[in-house]
Design a protein around this ligand. Sequence first.
Ligand SMILES: Nc1ncnc2c1ncn2[C@@H]1O[C@H](COP(=O)(O)OP(=O)(O)OP(=O)(O)O)[C@@H](O)[C@H]1O
Length: 307
Amino acid sequence: MTKTCLPAWLTLDDVSFAYGRGPAVNRSLNLTLGPGIVGLLGPNGAGKSTLMRMLATLARPRSGRILWRGTDIAREPDALRATLGYLPQDFGVYPALSAREFLAFLAAVKGLPPRATAARVDECLAQVGLLDVADRALAGYSGGMRQRVGIAQALLNDPQLLVVDEPTVGLDPAERLRFRHLLTELAGERLVLLSTHIVSDVEASAAALVVLQGGRVVFDGTPQALVAGARGRAWDWTIAPAQLAAARKNFVVSQSMHLGDSVQLRVLGERPPGAGAVPAEPSLEDAYTDLLARAASSPRGLPEAVA
Ligand SMILES: Nc1ncnc2c1ncn2[C@@H]1O[C@H](COP(=O)(O)OP(=O)(O)OP(=O)(O)O)[C@@H](O)[C@H]1O
C-alpha cells in the first residue's frame, strides 16, 4: 500500500494546495499508494477533502505533481478520469427519481455508451445490494442506502481508483458496518481511498493508513506500525470521579469508563500518569489519539517516532 507495497499506482510528489491565504495541504505531501483499501484519517480541517478533490482532478495542486500510473494528472487528467470513481462528502440525489433512473442519468452524464447503460446500472445496483429496490423513489431511501447509491454511481465506469470522502457520516452503526463490508468487497484490484475521522471505519479493512493533521502527513504506514508506535505509551489508570476533570486537562485521555464510584481511564503518554497506573496494550484508536496529540505538540507537526 504505502511505502512498502508495490506496484505504485498513485504517487504524490511534494504536493501542496492553498485556498487563498492559508495552506490547506502543505508542501510536504509525499505518498505512494498501490491497490487495496487505504484509510485516510484526520481530524476536521486536516485537509482530507482537499486532497481527495485534487485526486478527483477537481482541484489542481498549487505545487508538486500527482501521478497516476506514471502520468501527471494535471497535464493529462483524462488518463485518471477514465478510471476514477468519486463519492464526494456532499453527495446529493434527485429524490423524485428511482435509483435506476438516477444512475442511468449519471451514466449519460459520464458518457457511458447508451447501449451498455441499462445492464451496467443493474450490475452496479446489484454490487451495492440495491437491485431489489431499484425502482423505488430515492426520497424513501435511508442514509445508508443513499450512500450505497453514491458508491454505485462511482462504480459505473468500473474504476481502478475509488475515492470515497467521509461516507459514514450520519449513518447508524448497522449501516456503517454494512458500508464497510461493501468497500472491502469492492477493493480487490482497485485502490480504494477512504477518508474518515472515525478510526473504526478503517480498523478492520485498511491495509494502509495515511494520517493528515493540519495539512501534513503525520503518519504513513500499516495499522500495525501505528499501534507499535504507541506501545509503551498506554496506561490504564483508575481514579475517583472528582479527579476526572484534572486528568483530562493534564493528560491525553483516549477512553474513560465510569465503574461504580471510580473511573477507569486509558491515558497516553511517555510516563505513567499517576500512582496505580498500569501499562496497557494500545488499540488503534489509542495509537491514533496519541499520534495526533504528539503531532500537535511538535513544532513541525511531525512526531519524531513516525516521521
Ligand atoms: N472552499 C474553501 N475555502 C477556503 N478554505 C477552505 C475551503 N475548503 C476547506 N478549506 C480549509 O482548508 C482546510 C482543510 O479543509 P478540508 O475540508 O480539506 O479538511 P477535512 O480534513 O476534509 O475536514 P472535514 O473532516 O471537516 O471535512 C481547513 O482549514 C478548511 O477550513
